[in-house]
Design a protein around this ligand. Structure first.
Ligand code: UDP
Length: 380
């Protein structure tokens, strides 16, 4: 039995590492029942956004690379659909797994269902909704879920979202969070960034910033205001800012001058970046995955967005939404941090490092029997 596993962008690599690790453990020998093909679309393709994660997280080299590279969003989706469809026609797998909410997720989901309507399509990290259809990732989530056959969720809330959209409860499996599996697996391997001493960083003596959501970077006014507000709110303390390539381009295009207490670096590898987050005073971000990691690491997280598809990071975890462009809220959040009033929260249910194990058990069950294996269902 052959499973196609699709990845394309940075957060996919972190999540798939746990699934591949589990597949290798449970099915070490080729020919003992389950094989997989790793399909890399190359939505993210260079070493800093892709290669480093394969190396650090022991992900095997992709079996097939669609080499789409950097294109406008719609062209990228169209190209992935066309190239992955060709792969599917040449050789039909028994199941396709897509992860998360990036363009590669929705494009390969669509290619699968248009090529073979009967081919089981599994969505890992299904059911997340922020309610804002202006957000490109929200469209990717909704479209992918609307054509998937089986849904692995990170929270009961995500499972409820799917049921409210009419998905049959028997197809929804609340398994936990593979991004957190990867964090637990690598916690003891995290390593101090090479620039640690050069920048004079000390434990709990700096902030980390990441920014790449379209709503925050596509307007010079918003991006400029956000960067200035964070610099002013953090005054006197270094803010380390590993810059996403899109964001770097926009900072350059808009001619924004970044305040000197924000230190811009290249996008970082996983082990150094998570070390940096773990030892920071707080993380300021618009990333979804990062708000999950900070929740588990008990590091305060200030999210520069109006809403989140991961509400458990706010209700249970360390995350606080301060809005997309609301300097007053950003200052208040830093005041709250300085006053030591941040809630360290607790771990969301089933974010226990075993999500991939549950996923692989279920996947094996469905491939063997053609239907859900009752022993492996971790459901609502
Ligand atoms: N990450 C990383 N290096 C960086 C920035 C992020 O390794 O410079 C990791 C981070 O720890 C998390 C993932 O990338 O595991 C989150 O990716 P991103 O913020 O790009 O995606 P999102 O979660 O917002 O979709």
């Amino acid at each position: 039995k052959l499973i196609d596993i699709v990845v394309g962008a940075r957060p996919n690599f972190i999540k798939v590492a746990a699934i591949i690790r589990e597949l290798r453990t449970k099915f070490p020998e080729p020919g003992n029942g389950i094989r997989y093909r790793l399909i890399h679309t190359s939505q993210h393709y260079d070493n800093k956004m892709s290669g480093v994660f394969f190396e650090e997280l022991d992900i095997p080299q992709p079996d097939i690379n669609l080499n789409v590279g950097h294109l406008k969003s719609t062209e990228q989706i169209a190209t992935i659909i066309s190239r992955y469809s060709r792969v599917l026609i040449e050789s039909k797998p028994d199941m396709v797994i897509v992860l998360g909410d990036v363009n590669s997720t929705v494009a390969c989901a669509l290619a699968t269902k248009k090529t073979y309507p009967d081919l089981p399509l599994i969505h890992v990290e299904a059911g997340l909704r922020c309610g804002d259809r202006q957000m490109p990732e929200e469209i990717n989530r909704i479209l992918t879920d609307s054509i998937s056959d089986y849904f692995f969720t990170t929270s009961r809330r995500a499972s409820d979202n799917l049921m409210n959209e009419g998905v049959s409860p028997g197809k929804i499996f609340f398994v936990g969070n593979t991004m957190i599996d990867t964090l637990y697996t690598n916690e003891s391997r995290l390593k101090q960034p090479t620039f640690w001493n050069t920048l004079g960083l000390a434990n709990k003596g700096y902030y980390v910033l990441t920014l790449h959501r379209q709503a925050n970077i596509s307007s010079g006014e918003i991006l400029g205001t956000l960067l200035e507000s964070v610099a002013m709110a953090a005054e006197g303390t270094t803010v380390v800012f590993p810059v996403h390539p899109h964001t770097e381009k926009m900072i350059h295009n808009f001619g924004i001058e970044v305040h000197p207490n924000i230190v811009m670096t290249d996008p970082m590898g996983y082990l150094e970046f998570n070390y940096l987050m773990k030892n920071a005073l707080a993380v300021v971000t618009d990333s979804g995955g990062i708000s999950e990691e900070t929740t588990i690491m008990k590091v305060p997280c200030i999210t520069l967005r109006d809403h989140t598809e991961r509400p458990e990071t706010c209700q249970l975890g360390t995350n606080l939404l301060v809005g997309s462009c609301n300097p007053g809220n950003i200052f208040d959040a830093f005041d709250c941090l300085r006053a030591g009033k941040w809630r360290m929260g607790k771990d969301p249910e089933l974010w226990d490092g075993k999500a991939a194990e549950r996923i692989v058990d279920f996947v094996a069950g469905i491939l063997r029997s053609g239907k859900e294996d009752k022993h492996t269902i971790y459901t609502l």
